[in-house]
Write a new protein. Sequence first.
Length: 151
Amino acid sequence: MTLHFKEKVYNHYLSELTVKIKSLQDKLNELSESAKNETKSTAGDKHETALAMLQIEQEKIRSQHKEALEQKVQLERINIQQSRVNIAKGSLIQTNKGYFFLSIALGKSTIDNLTVFAISPQSPLGEKLTGLSVNDVAEIKGINYLVEAFL
């Protein structure tokens, strides 16, 4: 495991969030355009129902957009160059069960044919891994995660 791979992991998740934010913004723009077109229509109850459904969908997408923006800000605050004595936020951890990027909960990705899970320090596994070092073990629900390396 190299610093180059850690940078790839970080950039992958940052790119994923950027794409998600753009996609959600595009959906919001489409919904806004649909709402404008709907307000020009005068079809009575059917019109009111369609407008209400558009507004509900807009709120849902706005909420997802806001959450994705907040996640991106949190991820951008992580200094992946900082070397650490123990596992901390920003660490890329190699265990006997796979790779974990201790950052924010962004799920599973495949990077350079390796599966990486972006987990938050507040997750059960994140809490157990924080502060550990090489050869330490984090145990969750009877499963042992042996820390083989971390950056």
